[in-house]
Design a protein around this ligand. Sequence first.
Ligand SMILES: [Zn+2]
Length: 174
Amino acid sequence: MHCPFCRHTDSRVVDSRATDDGQSIRRRRQCPDCGRRFTTVETAALAVMKRSGVTEPFSRAKIVAGVRKACQGRPVAEDELALLAQRVEEQLRSNGSAEIEAHEVGMAILGPLRELDEVAYLRFASVYQAFDNLEDFESAITLLRAERDATGREPDDQQGQQQDKSKSGMPRGS
Ligand SMILES: [Zn+2]
């Protein structure tokens, strides 16, 4: 790396340490020519390109803020939001590219959010996918139902069935 002061084409690493969260490494460098010191930060690149063409670093905090809005009044804990943002980041990084488009971020949020809370999912999808009439909601709900049926009944439903059986086994009336 070039020295930012004298543009010398080389620099020497004098110290190197990971940040507390393990997300990046800070290196203290010294220019062998002018002797001045500077710091570089190394992180795994992940930039989001917005529709305007502007790129910004991927931010879990932004994911959490966006999803938190959709989760207002829903039984979703703060640590569940943090976990969702982590899953989104892992999925986006797994593609291996250093730059992704903003709509890919939205797409990556939809799956984990649906598992977390279906109402929040619908709210988020309605904004993200620009629902503008009841039919859009209807088809999204139909899709949710179809996928829920495809993944099988929930444990709660099975319990309900057993309760129904025991009820039907009991003599009716008196
Ligand atoms: Zn220098």
